[in-house]
Write a protein that binds this ligand. Structure first.
Ligand SMILES: NC(=O)c1ccc[n+]([C@@H]2O[C@H](COP(=O)([O-])OP(=O)(O)OC[C@H]3O[C@@H](n4cnc5c(N)ncnc54)[C@H](O)[C@@H]3O)[C@@H](O)[C@H]2O)c1
Ligand SMILES: O=c1ccn([C@@H]2O[C@H](COP(=O)(O)OP(=O)(O)O[C@H]3O[C@H](CO)[C@@H](O)[C@H](O)[C@H]3O)[C@@H](O)[C@H]2O)c(=O)[nH]1
Length: 466
């Protein structure tokens, strides 16, 4: 069996960084090089302020960096040294051309694969870590074999990542499962076994699942589609709750107590965000269409449509409640990240809310404990022909505390489920706001009765107004 002694990870992002840092942490006998084309990102990984915020990440990186964990832009040297290479580059939704708006853009995967083929002077195990459409490994194999020289052999494995942001380190240290797919030839099985051995350093083998290559690729898209489907299902029910007087949290609890349903991923919200759910479902929709399965495509597309509806519905509720106009009103937006415990804003529901508030000519005062000012402006501005930078700068103010954000505000809107929002002094906040003082809880995290006693007009997702 091949014993892995040297790993290269191509892509030092939200997945490559934490995943391979944990491998280095748990396997001190393996040297791990994480490479990226972006020198600023590599410099940040080598600095005291890491490029991403994840609870527990600093401890892991600072423990291994410079020992058996290295961040570098020297792709060639790192690929040549490695026995096993993770491809962990971004696979965003295509913006232009065939499949635009649905298909995954595989340009970064292809470029990383071509890079490996042109550099490698010895045999490698190449592992798809990025989330990709089913059968991408076949294209990778063709590219590698067509561009390599001599007796070099490439074994391609699929090892999708299931970590969630905000709990990445916890998930990596104690995963529900590790999935490794391979073709069923004796050589490919040997490569699969070599990767199993790496994870077996800290994951019990009954949690390491080995499957065929295509099952593994599809399982990643399927898992995200099933998780997002639950959120869209409970969000669809939240609309019924608001109209009938049922409480969506009570409905979710009652349903989740049934072992066959289970309690996870039934928290109603202003809509799911993050870089994965929407992208991966649209990818599945495209795959279904390509396979001439229009009914299947329409079924999964509805999960994303429901999410868009939920965000729009929440905005409409806010505007209607604020006497049908928010023009020149001041809205305090609590949270900009797509979920708590991360600084990531990709596809955050807060972006959609903010864009609507700006269009309605409200002023938005934003507070988020981890998202930088530059990142917020980057998400809201659209440079180009209809450049809105001036308008955004006029209407959006970023504040350093929730108390500053809510000073003189007409309404507070909770967009992210940060724990600190539960513990604020809402009596103090109420005193500084315009009256009537409204609060819109898009995350169901506040004690609505207590807020009402203070004097707030409270509007919670999935509950009728108090
Ligand atoms: N973010 C998550 O929570 C998560 C979880 C599971 C799976 N995934 C999947 O993992 C993949 C990576 O996601 P991410 O969030 O880490 O993306 P990311 O954008 O944070 O990181 C990708 C990195 O790859 C680098 N890169 C691109 N092409 C390269 C090349 N040819 N050579 C070297 N570096 C290159 C980019 O510069 C970037 O730093 C995606 O397919 C995503 O769907 C993400
Ligand atoms: O009951 C819930 C659970 C989540 N969310 C929202 O859904 C989004 C996604 O949350 P979560 O899944 O926790 O975070 P991600 O980091 O996007 O992780 C998902 O996407 C990753 C990338 O593919 C996968 O690896 C993970 O397994 C999968 O959970 C966030 O906006 C959450 O606030 C809800 O609204 N209600």
């Amino acid at each position: 069996m091949v014993q892995v002694k040297n790993i290269c990870c191509i892509g030092a992002g939200y997945v490559g960084g934490p995943t391979c840092a944990v491998i280095a942490y748990k396997c001190p006998h393996i040297k791990v090089n994480i490479v990226d084309v972006n020198p600023d990102r590599i410099a940040a990984w080598n600095s005291d302020k890491l490029p991403i915020y994840e609870p527990g990440l600093e401890e892991v990186v600072f423990d291994r960096r410079g020992k058996n964990l290295f961040f570098t832009t020297e792709v060639e040297a790192a690929v040549n040294e490695a026995d096993l290479i993770f491809v962990s580059v971004n696979t965003p939704t295509k913006k232009n051309g065939m499949g635009a708006g649905f298909a995954a853009d595989l340009a970064y995967v292809e470029s990383a694969t071509r890079g490996i083929a042109s550099i490698a002077k010895s045999s490698k195990i190449v592992v798809e870590k990025s989330t990709v459409p089913c059968r991408t490994a076949e294209s990778m194999r063709t590219i590698l074999e067509a561009n390599s020289t001599g007796d070099i052999r490439f074994d391609i494995l699929s090892n999708p990542e299931f970590l969630a942001e905000g709990t990445a380190i916890k998930d990596l240290l104690n995963p529900d499962r590790v999935l490794i797919g391979a073709l069923q030839t004796p050589e490919d099985r040997k490569a699969q076994e070599a990767l199993v051995e790496v994870y077996a350093n800290w994951v019990s083998t009954d949690r390491i699942i080995t499957t065929n290559l295509w099952s593994s690729e599809l399982s990643k898209l399927a898992a995200n589609a099933l998780l997002a489907q639950r959120i869209s299902s409970i969000n669809a029910l939240s609309a019924i709750c608001e109209a009938t007087g049922a409480y969506v949290d009570e409905v979710a609890y009652a349903c989740g107590c049934d072992k066959r349903i289970g309690p996870s991923f039934l928290k109603a919200s202003v809509g799911f965000g993050g870089s994965c759910f929407q992208k991966d479902i649209l990818n599945l929709v495209y795959l279904s269409e390509q396979l001439n399965l229009p009914e299947v495509a329409a079924y999964w597309k509805q999960v994303v449509d429901m999410n868009e509806y939920q965000k729009k519905r929440f905005v409409e509720r806010i505007i209607k409640t604020l006497f049908h106009t928010i023009t020149n009103k001041r809205i305090a937006l609590f949270g900009f990240a797509f979920k708590k415990d991360t600084g990531d804003t990709r596809e955050s529901a807060a972006i959609t809310l903010c864009k609507h508030f700006i269009q309605e000519q409200a002023t938005v005062h934003i507070y988020d404990p981890k998202v930088s000012d530059e990142q917020i402006f980057l998400e809201l501005t659209e440079p180009g022909l209809l450049d809105n930078t001036e308008e955004v700068k006029k209407r959006v103010i970023i504040t350093r505390s929730p108390y500053d954000a809510s000073q003189d505000a007409d309404a507070i809107v909770i967009a992210t489920d940060w724990d600190e929002f539960k513990k604020l002094d809402y009596t103090r906040i109420y005193q500084t706001m315009h009256k009537p003082a409204f609060i819109f809880d898009g995350r169901l995290i506040l004690d609505a009765d207590k807020l009402q006693q203070i004097g707030f007009s409270v509007h919670t997702i999935g509950r009728p107004a108090i």
